[in-house]
Write a protein that binds this ligand. Sequence first.
Ligand code: 5AD
Ligand code: SF4
Length: 437
Amino acid sequence: MKTFYIETFGCQMNAHDSEKVIGTLLSQGYQKVETPEEAELVFYNTCSIRDKAEQKVFHRLQQFKKEHGKGKTFAVLGCVAQQEGERIFEKAPHVSLVCGSASYNKLPEMLVQLESGNRRVTGLSLDTEDTFETPMTRRDNPHRAYITIIEGCDKSCAYCVVPFTRGPERSRTSASVMSETLELARAGYSEIQLLGQNVNSYRDPSPAGWDFATLLDNVGRVQGIRRVRFTTSHPRDFRKSIIDAIDGNTALCNHVHLPVQSGSSRILAAMQRLYTRDEYMERIRWMKASPRAIAITSDIIVGFPGETEEDFEATLGLLDEVEYDSIFSFKYSRRPNTSALALDDQIAEEEKVRRLTIVQERQRGIQIRRNAAYLGSVEECMVEGFNKATSQWIGRTSQNKTLNFLRPGRDEDLTGHYLEVRVTRAGPNSLVGEAVN
Ligand code: 5AD
Ligand code: SF4
């Protein structure tokens, strides 16, 4: 039996793609091993969102070339595979398979080609209407399951490679999403995360014609499903009906990740984000008006070409105005194929570093204040595991906050259980508490 190892970089879409790829490989008779040294086939499922992410896979391939790469077959999957295509064979001649996510349906055939000695196997077509579904998906976590509802992206944000690496938008039918949810609920999963590059532009291709809010609500009404999350959303397609669904269905987590990227309407236009700051803030007001205390998180890019000090101040002002529960913040990174590549007025690296540091300090203060407001409150946590170093259980609230807690005198495994926890301490990035009996 052939052995394989897989390492995954990047987002949850990639993590879930790897679960499906693993299922496919197992069903083809391959055996999974935990280190690349033991494996005959080594897969890297890659990310190219920023230059640093892309470089990781080339470092890995380089390491192996020098050390123990002999006799192994290397495969590059995912976003770098799609972006670099056959150039990977030149950069790393020991790679034999290069395959983007839109071609994973063809993996079984590609494996046959590899087995028959073909050393240049590719799956790079983006011309597809299919999504990658497989009944063999090997999920990593027994309690929380990812479900892809839409693949690809039809937006053209000036900085972003995703439309080039994941192809055009394709939605799954609501019937297939619902039957997967039912199956997962029956198998004991209680939390579902709906995934897509742009989940809220979901459009049921079947005659039922559900929009995203309808799908979300129905997934949350499946018996046994206690929590539903979704990521990631684009403000342009974010309708009030999503908040209405959250208001009316407690199985839908009170957390929305709504990437803003910049607080300056001028930069948003240059980024081709298709909304202004005011339009974005309207969506924030819908969330703040909800009776459910919806946690709001975001992504920020600093140093987009042409970003002036005034634009940057507008982003800081937006952080203060929204008071996000947390953010991911990044320095703008120039990406191949994207339209921003051609823009003049690139911001110097030191200046990007300075702005990023300021954004992160500002946000840290906001999080310290926001989290302190939870002191004394009782939150329901889903237990994710146990931290031996601190003797604390690791919990997650519906708002997606980490709440680590003590539960003295019990040693059964609580992973996957839901417990009420009283918050006793608050830091910028997590809460600490004690289980309530
Ligand atoms: N440079 C920096 N950050 C980027 N992102 C996407 N493309 C780039 C880029 N070229 C960020 C955005 C997006 C998140 C997933 O990554 O903030 O929301
Ligand atoms: Fe990285 Fe984007 Fe590809 Fe996800 S979709 S792996 S974040 S480049």
